[in-house]
Design a binder for this molecule. Sequence first.
Ligand code: NAD
Length: 450
Amino acid sequence: MHITVVGSGFVGLVAGACLADFGMQVTCADIDEAKIRQLQSGKVPIYEPGLEELIRRGLAQKRLAFSHDLKKSVQDCLVIFIAVGTEPRPDGRANLDHVKDVSQTIGRYMNDYKVVVIKSTVPVGTAEQVTKWIREAQPQPRDFDVVSNPEFLREGAAVEDFMRPNRVLLGCSNPQALAIIKDIYRPLYLLETPFVISDNRTAELVKYATNAFLAVKISYINEIARLCDRVGSDVHLIAKALGLDGRIGSKFLHPGPGFGGSCLPKDTRAFLKTFEDFGLENHVVQAAVEVNRGQLNEVVQKLVRELGSLRNRKLCLLGLSYKPNTNDVRESPALKMCEMLLKAGARVRAFDPVAIESARAVVRSPKLSFAKTAFDAASGAEATIVATEWNEFRNLDLAKLKSAMAGDVLLDARNVFDPAAAAALGFRYLGVGRAAAVPAGKRVKATAAR
Ligand code: NAD
């Protein structure tokens, strides 16, 4: 079966490469000509574990192709996945301009029956809009169906998530279109992946309801961490005990500088707008967004309490991507923290295993420099801040880090270190909600119990 994936970003590339691996004939199309040329020459513009190898295999076996020719890409296939971005508008609603653009392109060029699959995260009612946009652009009426198939992959584990998803959600009321899409996902049936079949509107809502729920869990544990800092308790033990309750589950109960990335901030805001558009409010999600807004400052203030003014302080920042195993810095708490520190007058030397180039394109300051290793970044620093929980930071030689530094403050914004071990090495350890994990005599005032 011939498939075209329009939009060769994180989702489109992963979906295209994985579908080719399922045995489909896939063309990944994009309006970004430079990106397509890069991909055609075998270079993958994003860092995602396993993706480069999958793309190389798809290209070698001639099951995967990249194209800038949208007309041909639309005409040559039976199924078109829409995987373009839906960045937020200034008011928080999802911007559907790219989705509209692709829909009109499909309408203009379609020569036969097509199944149009919406993979982008889109607000409720978009499938109906897409149907209208395609119809209006058709020079003559042609038959097609629209399936809502939201994507749940996590950056950093995207290939694994696409190949072994928790579930596949298909929103469509036409049995013929559903049968075609189920055929594409047949390898997942063999793995006994649960399929949830619904109407388009329900499928559209599930995606937002999922991301909003995850955001709520993160903000919930971050607020508990604030309380732990005040009363002298250990949020990790609370999270562990909570997570062992089967009704709650352990995932997304990790305290830190707040949620970021290209999805949770934009999807929570867009979801709130959907409630508003239907004359409702979602107080729970609203609160999660509110808590998140203050969380980064809550963490940075720990440093300010310890160092006083940050003006001209030499700081080492470890991590720039919004999470490990990706070079994506969109809405990255680490990068926002970097900006906050620079704004406060600090001199920041940063290191990230893969995201330096992405960060350099976004933040420029004479007070910001980039290092080749964590120890190089720490050289002469008064404080080290761990802002992204890369595995290589978890296993960092803390004694070596300390001897590279001029000062002794360690702000562990991701709680990756053992507070007692760090304190034993002479660090003034600042975690998030971990006061009780630091031996009593070594606690710093920022986390001391009242
Ligand atoms: P992205 O910005 O990485 O990629 C979007 C791509 O679409 C770009 O390459 C862009 O050039 C291309 N594009 C834009 N307009 C086009 C057009 N008219 N024709 C052809 N190509 C066009 O975005 P992404 O992170 O892959 O996200 C895509 C969608 O998937 C969004 O709706 C997002 O919310 C959703 N999503 C993302 C993730 C994630 O982790 N990134 C996870 C699940 C869902």
